[in-house]
Every structure is written in structure tokens, then in C-alpha cells.
Design a protein around this ligand. Sequence first.
Ligand code: KIV
Ligand code: NA
Length: 275
Amino acid sequence: QQRITTSTIKQKKDKQMPITMLTAYDYTMAKIIDGAGIDMLLVGDSLGNVVLGYESTLPVTMDEMIHHVKAVSRGAKRAMIVADMPFMSYQVSAAEALRNAGRFLKETAAQAVKIEGGQEMVAAIKSLVQAGIPVMGHLGLTPQSVHQLGGYKVQGKSEQAAKKLLEDAKALETGGVFALVLECVPSPLARIITESAGIPTIGIGAGPYCDGQVLVINDLLGINPGNTPKFVKQYANLHEHIAAAVTAYKKDVNERVFPGPEHSFTLDDIVLRKL
Ligand code: KIV
Ligand code: NA
């Protein structure tokens, strides 16, 4: 089975075949998603929210990311693995961006990294691309800038903001990104970007015209209870299934129904009589 690469992803856009991407944070989930034939696994810094329990993605460190990208690397045999660069691992300088991106490729099986931001990130992106590290861009709602954006909301709604997004997309493509995530962008704007770009766009809350789609696996599975964003389609309600299973286990243990004989090991009577 051949590993998906940046060329596979590009070919899919050229053939107008949809590209599938999901987040993964651990070995088991990566193995399931990979086995289902998803093209790309993103070890997102959404790790902070959905796995580590942080309020935002800002506290996530390089070491935390490396730990989880390693786990995902062991589970995925076919999917292309993309590692999210966490807040402050690439903003200070192009040199620091290169050193940190390099860590992902040296210490894990990540094949590419993802960086949030537009024109202001082009210098960093170029230094990575020159070193042979594929970079995925990320525009629209960029959660690492939540305090500047004033919350998690749709981006590019005004003429000025939409034009800025178009310019940023062009700048990133010229800068050498192999694909571009568009998060919480109006569908018609995502369509214009997708149709004018030579690189694939991967949408999340960016409508049906993108070349591919990405979702946070926990959202798709309904693992985390509470409000799910409008753009999420929940394909399962694992939260309810997990809670019900755990409750049934608790009841069985309390009523001494579990473990039964079928879950227990026997001892020969001869041995038992000697004890
Ligand atoms: O961290 C993440 O999960 C992401 C995706 C939502 C694109 O960046
Ligand atoms: Na992210």
C-alpha cells in the first residue's frame, strides 16, 4: 500500500477528486481512520482543546505535539501525516520556524507541517520549503489569533476582509504551500479561492466548493458533549454510547455481575486442595 504524498494530493485536485482529511491525536484512532482510507491525518493543535482540556490552542507546546504526532505516526500506514505547528513555534523568526518544523520531520513520521496566517508568514514558509519541508497554509478563522479576532467567528465577510483573504491565499501559494486550509469562510469566497488557486483548498466551515474537507475527529464522532459548531456534521453520538457503557459497567461491578465465570480463570482442584 502506497503512502499518500503531496503529489497525490495535488493530483486529486487536478482530477477534481475530493480530498479527505481528519484530525487524529493517538495511535488507536489514527489506525482506524487510516484503515478507512482517509487521505490525510492532521495532528491538529486542537489537541489542546479536545485532548488536553485547555481553553484554547495557545498553551500547546512543541513537546506535546511531538508526543502525539509520534503516536499517530505508529498508527498510520497510508495516510499523509500533517503536524500542526503550535502557537509561538514559528512566529518569532523564520529560523525558529525551520528548527521546530525540522523537529517534526526528524522525530516523527510527519510528512508536512501546517502554519496559520497569511502574507506575514511567507518568509517562514519559504525557509521551510527551501529545506524540503512541505507546508500547509491555514486562513480564515485561525484559532491561534483568537484574541486578535475577538472570538471564534466567520471570517472574510466584508469586502475588505474578503479581499485580504484572497491576497493572503495568493501570497501563500506563491510562498510555496502545497495546500491551504480555509476555516469558517463564506462558501462563495472559498469557491473563488479554490477556483483561482493551483493548490488544493481543504475546508472546515468553508462550504462545498473546496477541493477537500477536514473535521476534528472528536466532533464527527460526537465524543465531546456540549455545543458543536454549525459546520460540524455529527456522524455518531459516541458521548452517549461511552457514558452508557461506563454506567452499565459500574452497575455490574456494584451488583457483582461482572466478572462472570466466562471472564475468570480456573485453578485445578488438585492444586486448590493443597492451598
Ligand atoms: O487544529 C486543528 O484541528 C485544525 C483543523 C481544524 C484544521 O487546525
Ligand atoms: Na490547528
